[in-house]
Design a protein around this ligand. Structure first.
Ligand code: UD1
Length: 418
């Protein structure tokens, strides 16, 4: 097990660079399965989630060449359509590989996905959409077997704008006969990025980034080189690390327009924010002000930033209320923050945070990716030493988080516990 040891109370200052987006990289890597021609991707973050996804592609028969943030994938000789159950269980986003495999081979076998335990996370919307597209689905124990003669474009109305289901429908429909029209689609920037990447290889996906997306089926795709967007959640995490420690930082390689609700909330909390095309500058006030947050599908406040902003509000002036509307089990970090001295009460889907003057370093446990990052930030804001255990969760989604924080002046190191 790995831990971070953090000595708190340093104001973070300086410059950091945002890495490529985890949530864009995963479905974009899946496009390589659809396309038998080689594709080259830039800005792929070097994190556990992309490593596992690339490992699955290799097992399926793809070649993968990786050099720093550049990878070239070729699925010309791909000969398997079953995603190994153990790897599927490690990572929820593997479910979008299914849409790409069915899209290309008209069959796929996979298990119910795993990933962070932040709620029930069913895949009913994905499977209902597959059925609409003419795909037969057999479920036995934990295994799902999909087959079809042809994918037929259809009108699909999502009951909820699920990010993964929207991505899966797009991937499955690229070679469909006719057009697929999604209404109530998720509007996240990562979906826009997926569509842009697919279109760069000859697909015809229109409307991504809005709630209505149309995919006109094409016969073939061609090779492409594509650079993915930067990670808005990592950017928000680093900004909050500075906001919580009274710091002053600039994040480069950022896409401010993808993070507007978070930037607005930080401004409301008293931070000075300066934007340019690709960078965000934040200067924290002496003391943050309490604010209220409600998580919502994009462009609302992102659920992934909820634990991170929760951590910094523990020392804000006044009472903040955070309402979580996407995942029902995303407050597990709150108990750990209470042990560090925070005044937090959970009431159904709300967290009520009364700001305190100080947090105190403790041994705490990360229980999911963003909750773990929230504890790191709380450690940076605390008096004394904090040990954040089980950081394997954090390493799934943040590239070199400790190095980036050290460059900003933090006192943090990784420790292996045997
Ligand atoms: C993606 C992101 C995750 C983010 C989330 C919401 C990736 C790899 N992960 O996850 O970081 O927190 O979007 O912005 O991109 N739901 C169903 N049935 C389904 C699918 C979803 O009921 O078939 C529900 C979920 O339980 C949840 C809500 O819809 O309550 C949102 O889930 P969804 O948008 O699908 O999230 P993910 O794609 O899993």
């Amino acid at each position: 097990m790995l831990s971070y040891i953090i000595k708190g109370k340093t104001k973070l200052s300086g410059k950091a660079e945002a890495s490529g987006s985890k949530n864009a990289a995963l479905p974009i890597i899946a496009t390589a399965i659809l396309n038998p021609e080689p594709i080259t991707l830039y800005n792929i973050p070097n994190i556990e989630d992309t490593r596992i996804t690339l490992e699955i592609l290799k097992i399926l028969g793809c070649t993968v060449e990786k050099k720093n943030d550049k990878i070239t994938i070729c699925s010309k000789n791909m000969n398997k359509t079953t995603i190994p159950k153990e790897l599927m269980h490690k990572l929820r986003s593997t479910v979008v590989l299914a849409g790409a495999i069915i899209g290309r081979f008209k069959k796929a076998t996979f298990a119910f996905p795993g990933g962070c335990n932040i709620g029930a996370r069913p895949i009913d919307l994905h499977l209902e959409a597959f059925k609409k597209l003419g795909i037969d689905i057999e479920e036995k124990d934990d295994i799902i077997n999909c087959t079809c003669k042809e994918i037929i474009g259809k009108r699909i109305k999502l009951r909820f704008p699920s990010v993964g289901a929207t991505e899966n429908i797009i991937l499955a429909s690229v070679y469909a006969k006719g057009a697929t029209h999604i209404t109530n689609a998720a509007k996240e920037p990562e979906i826009k990025d997926l569509a842009r990447c697919l279109n760069s290889m000859g697909a015809k996906v229109y409307g991504a980034g809005t709630s209505e997306i149309t995919i006109f089926g094409v016969r073939q795709l061609h090779r492409t080189t594509y650079k993915i967007i930067s990670d808005r959640i990592e950017t928000g995490t680093l900004l909050c690390a500075a906001a919580g420690t009274g710091g002053n930082i600039t994040i480069k390689n950022a896409n401010p327009e993808n993070l507007l609700t978070v930037l607005y909330s930080l401004k409301e909390a008293g931070c000075q924010i300066t934007l340019s095309k690709n960078s965000i500058k934040l200067k924290a006030p002496k003391k943050l002000k309490a604010i209220n947050i409600k998580t919502e599908p994009y462009p609302g406040f992102p659920t992934d930033m909820q634990p991170i902003i929760g951590a910094i509000l523990t020392k804000a002036e006044g009472e903040s209320i955070i309402e979580e509307n996407i995942f029902e089990n995303r407050f597990k970090y709150a108990d750990e923050l209470s042990r560090m001295g925070a005044n937090i009460e959970i009431k159904d889907k709300k967290l009520i945070i009364k700001g305190v003057d100080n947090l105190y370093g403790k041994e705490v446990m990360s229980k999911d990716l963003r909750g773990g990052a929230a504890l790191v930030i709380a450690g940076l804001m605390s008096e004394g030493i904090t040990k954040v255990e089980n950081i394997e969760y954090i390493l799934r989604g943040y590239e070199n988080l400790d190095e980036k924080l050290i460059n900003l002046g933090a006192n943090i190191k990784k420790e292996k516990v045997v």
